[in-house]
Design a protein around this ligand. Structure first.
Ligand code: CA
Length: 228
């Protein structure tokens, strides 16, 4: 199930959010206080996105965000801010939030933000579909295949593993060390150049123009990013 946590103390706003997210196909978990939200997340560790109101009785939304991030890097976090709280956006992002939505918001806006973050926090439910769809690319994780515009791209196992790592982390800069650890394993004592070599080969296969790569972009002095 596509689990989302909603932390909001005002019940009218909370039900508005909950109803709209349920309508969009999410399994919504509700909390009225920060303390309750942290408890509920422990009960539902597979929650993929959390919406956190800031002004709450007890610990505030920033503190909740900080505490979630201390143990969970993967979950997507959206802060719900009031228009009068311009500074909160910065503070929220500093405490580890991924995005913020300013009240009052429309159902469409809210759902769009949650959808985007849900995808970013780990792609569609792999167990159910076995597919990661990021047009023009489509990865099938069961047959370990990749298509671009409906055409199969032949990949080596290493190239496939790199692509999967990228597609599970769209928009995120991945260091060469991270790629090496994930693809070759942590006990591999190879040179980081092997990452660059494989990326160069991957680009030849997937980019429209290798001279100006659009999909795998270089993050200078760090690594690479799957740029969506
Ligand atoms: Ca509130």
């Amino acid at each position: 199930m596509r689990k989302v946590l909603v932390l909001e103390d005002e019940s009218s706003i909370r039900s508005f959010i909950v109803i709209n997210l349920r309508r969009a196909g999410y399994d919504v978990i509700e909390a009225e206080t920060g303390e309750a939200a942290l408890e509920r997340l422990k009960e539902h560790p597979d929650t993929r996105v959390a919406l956190l109101d800031i002004m709450l009785p007890g610990i505030d939304g920033f503190e909740v965000c900080r505490r979630i991030r201390a143990t969970n890097a993967r979950i997507g976090i959206i802060m719900l801010t009031a228009r009068s709280q311009e500074m909160d956006k910065v503070t929220g992002l500093m405490t580890g939030a991924d995005d913020y939505v300013t009240k009052p918001f429309s159902p469409a806006e809210l759902t769009a933000r949650v959808d985007a973050l849900y995808r970013r926090s780990g792609g569609e439910d792999l167990a159910h579909s076995g597919e990661i769809r990021q047009p023009p690319f489509l990865m099938n994780t069961r047959n370990r295949t990749l298509e671009k515009n409906g055409e199969r791209i032949k990949l080596t196992q290493v190239e496939y593993s790199i692509m999967r790592f990228f597609m599970e982390n769209p928009g995120k800069a991945l260091s060469r060390e991270e790629i090496l650890d994930r693809v070759w394993g942590q006990d591999y004592f190879g040179d980081l150049k092997i990452v660059d070599v494989n990326i160069r080969r991957l680009r030849l296969k997937i980019e429209d123009n290798v001279q100006t790569p659009n999909y795998i972009t270089t993050v200078w002095g760090y690594g690479y990013k799957w740029g969506f």
